[in-house]
Unconditional design. Structure first.
Length: 277
């Protein structure tokens, strides 16, 4: 990538040389409805979120658990489409001054007109980049080229069972960050975390890249967020924010309280090693 948009440069600066992991807050576009979703994203940044991840609603979210799947279904039932995603990103980016990254399944990109259009429209909306977790890196060349032409980051999802050769390819395709799931499970996993396994996996990642490592999936409580801070440069939470919002309009208070609690947890724990740049 020869040059990046100001939004992408802002994401790079955010994740560089941190004394604590950055907190990312995920929400599907159009959920719980279009205006309430934008209000929620703005509230998250006021109460501790350092960056935002906006999900593109999809009818068969294969990597997601029941909470995010239900949120996608709710958004789709209200007519959410890519135009709503782009508008959400534009309004969130312009009114919060934090980096905003899209999260999309590959089928949604193809349905929208392909990677070139998706990348250009994302850049124009003020997005810093997009992660497409179900697109194998071996098939991602067209998307990577389009995103780099548009000046966007291309965070990559690193499966826990990836070989070293696969991690090399993932690192080569990535910019912005590499996403390291804390559990080999769909989103919304609430079980215990295997911290030695997380330590070993993130060490393998760092052997192949100097990019920040961002954790997610299974970081279901503030205490679990605190426990992974020695290993990651950022944490993205989604299901803990979606669950209270599924309960109705009053759920925003509960979601905001979750953001506060996670932000506090990431501010306070002692670190066992310095974060990478």
């Amino acid at each position: 990538m020869t040059s990046v948009t100001p939004a992408a440069a802002g994401l790079t600066a955010l994740l560089a040389d941190r004394r604590r992991p950055a907190l990312g807050a995920f929400l599907p576009a159009g959920f719980p409805n279009w205006t309430a979703g934008i209000e929620a994203l703005r509230a998250f940044t006021r109460h501790g979120a350092d960056f935002l991840e906006v999900g593109v609603p999809h009818h068969t979210p294969s990597l997601d658990g029941p909470d995010i799947a239900a949120a996608y279904a709710e958004a789709l039932s209200q007519g959410a489409r890519m135009a709503h995603v782009l508008s959400t990103i534009r309004l969130a980016a312009s009114s919060t001054n934090v980096p905003v990254v899209a999260m999309s399944y590959w089928a949604s990109v193809l349905d929208f007109g392909g990677p070139g259009r998706f990348a250009q429209d994302l850049a124009q909306s003020g997005a810093a980049g997009a992660m497409i977790p179900d697109l194998p890196v071996t098939e991602a060349g067209e998307w990577i080229d389009a995103a780099r032409q548009a000046g966007l980051h291309t965070p990559q999802f690193a499966p826990r069972d990836a070989s070293d050769d696969e991690l090399v390819a993932i690192a080569a395709a990535a910019s912005g960050w590499i996403y390291a799931p804390a559990a080999a499970a769909p989103t919304g996993y609430q079980g215990d975390l295997d911290l030695p396994a997380i330590s070993a996996f993130t060490a393998r990642l760092r052997a192949h890249t100097s990019l920040p490592v961002v954790g997610g999936i299974g970081i279901s409580t503030p205490a679990r967020a605190a426990s992974v801070t020695p290993y990651v440069d950022g944490v993205v939470i989604g299901s803990p924010l979606v669950r209270p919002l599924l309960e109705g309009p009053a759920g925003l208070d509960g979601a905001v309280e979750q953001v506060r609690a996670f932000a506090h947890a990431l501010h306070t724990p002692a670190r066992s090693h310095p974060l990478s740049a």
